[in-house]
Design a protein around this ligand. Structure first.
Ligand code: ADP
Ligand code: MG
Length: 425
């Protein structure tokens, strides 16, 4: 079978790498891909929002399965179009992607079906939201309804900040239409976890729980980013909590969507807060997380292709659960100077060849370009250096040893990825 992966980040490199080990795959295409992906797949330059171009390409090549990485093509309904054309595609339709593209939709769904989440109010008018601010005490959270590339949620600690945030969102429209409607919700203290499941719209098949590191600087300081590192599994969720999450959060959500007339297929990503030993949903995403996919796929034992096909075909119930290698998998994101605001580009990356044959290490590429035999930086997040080890300590030591082999001008990475697990375990 020929497969096509859409996207060009670390998540897509992990997908392509895992697919490259599948028994039944003859060739892998990736649009647009990146420097590392080009070593294992045919990369094609095309805008990932050019849906006509993508369907045309898939028909011409006889693609048997398309896998969508990022949220934005899902938000515009890429899956609906491919389904109409009769091309198998992995991911939710536009109405399913609403769970990520509208926080109000997600919160109202959770409210209606009693899925645990922070209590909230929805506002369509600035004056109403403004008046409500006078009735509550920080900490609380203000969120834009729509997609904001990870920049639309504001944890408010000081009352005066809230006025400013609200005005920026609803009046100055700094995130465009995404901020015309907002949610103001309770702050939940605790530890965050990413909980991803495969689903065919009926059955859910959980992946190992993981933890992302959003802030740019060590000890979770500085501005939020797309994610500076992740590890899996995590010590904050035991087997009984996993069952609780599978049943009362993930399955309940899929059933709730069904009840609303929405068949949700693909990956459902629960961004959770574990507060006083109980899991609450902070948000849902309609796709694999990045960087979480990198450590998760690196430690995945089973062939990924049958799982993806079963999600598309609605036969996940017939499949055995996911299998995982034993141990811990940790990914450290190596970024460019200036990330996340204005990352530098075009720097040559040295040292990658030293890590090529290490069994427990994989360097996934994100913002890279290959020119001749050399790799150059071409974006903010450049590499996801990923390592497996027996224990948290072992995996963390290996991953940072690997990072120390790599060099490019202005390279930056957090030094404390996985530290929370070390402190807890
Ligand atoms: N109710 C909440 N309580 C505590 N922290 C929150 C809450 N909502 C969001 N956050 C923090 O803000 C971050 C971003 O919020 P999220 O809803 O995931 O928005 P997005 O990922 O779309 O920017 C979360 O990862 C979490 O750290
Ligand atoms: Mg989030």
């Amino acid at each position: 079978m020929k497969v096509l992966v859409i996207g060009g980040g670390g998540r897509e490199h992990a997908l392509v790498w895992k697919l490259s080990q599948s028994k039944n795959i003859d060739s892998i295409f990736c649009i647009p891909g990146n420097g590392g992906i080009s070593d294992m797949a045919d990369c094609v330059e095309m805008d990932i929002h050019n849906i006509e171009g993508l369907t045309g390409f898939s028909k011409k090549e006889g693609i048997g399965l398309v896998i969508v990485g990022p949220e934005s093509p899902l938000a515009t309904g890429i899956v609906d179009v491919f389904e109409k054309e009769g091309i198998p595609i992995f991911g939710p339709r536009k109405n399913g992607a609403l769970i990520e593209t509208s926080k109000i939709f997600a919160k109202e769904l959770m409210d209606k079906y009693k899925i645990p989440t922070a209590s909230f109010k929805t506002f369509y008018k600035y004056d109403d939201a403004q008046a409500y601010l006078n009735t509550i005490q920080p900490p609380f959270v203000i969120k834009a309804d729509g997609l904001c590339a990870g920049k639309g949620a504001y944890v408010i600690q000081e009352r005066q900040d809230s006025e400013h945030v609200l005005k920026e969102l609803m009046v100055n429209l700094i995130h465009g239409d995404a901020g015309r409607r907002v949610i103001i919700e309770n702050f939940l203290p605790g530890v965050e976890a990413s909980y991803l499941v495969f689903t065919d719209g009926k059955t859910v098949m959980p992946m190992l729980p993981s933890q992302d590191h959003k802030p740019l600087l060590d000890n979770d300081k500085g501005p939020n980013t797309g994610g500076m590192g992740a590890y899996t599994p995590i010590p904050f969720i035991n087997e009984s909590m996993e069952k609780e999450i599978d049943t009362h959060i993930m399955s309940t959500t899929i059933n709730a969507m069904n009840d609303q007339g929405i068949v949700y297929k693909g990956v459902l990503y629960g961004g959770l807060m574990i507060t006083e030993g109980k899991p609450y949903v902070i948000e849902f995403n309609a796709r694999l997380g990045d960087p979480e996919t990198q450590p998760i796929f690196f430690i995945m034992e089973n062939d990924i292709l049958p799982v993806l096909l079963a999600c598309v075909e609605g036969t996940l119930n017939d499949k055995e659960g996911m299998k995982w290698k034993s141990g811990v998998s940790v990914c450290v994101v190596v970024a460019s100077k200036g990330y996340p605001d204005k990352p530098e580009k075009g720097k040559v990356i040295k040292g990658l060849e030293n890590l090529k044959n290490e069994k427990d290490i994989m360097v996934f590429h994100a913002g890279t370009k290959k020119i001749g035999n050399d790799y150059y930086t071409s974006g903010g997040r450049v590499l996801g250096v990923t390592a497996m080890g027996k224990t948290y300590g072992d995996a963390i030591r290996k991953v940072y040893e690997a990072v120390s082999c790599i060099e490019f001008e202005g390279m930056y990475y957090r030094k404390d990825i996985g530290k929370k697990a070390l402190d807890t375990a």
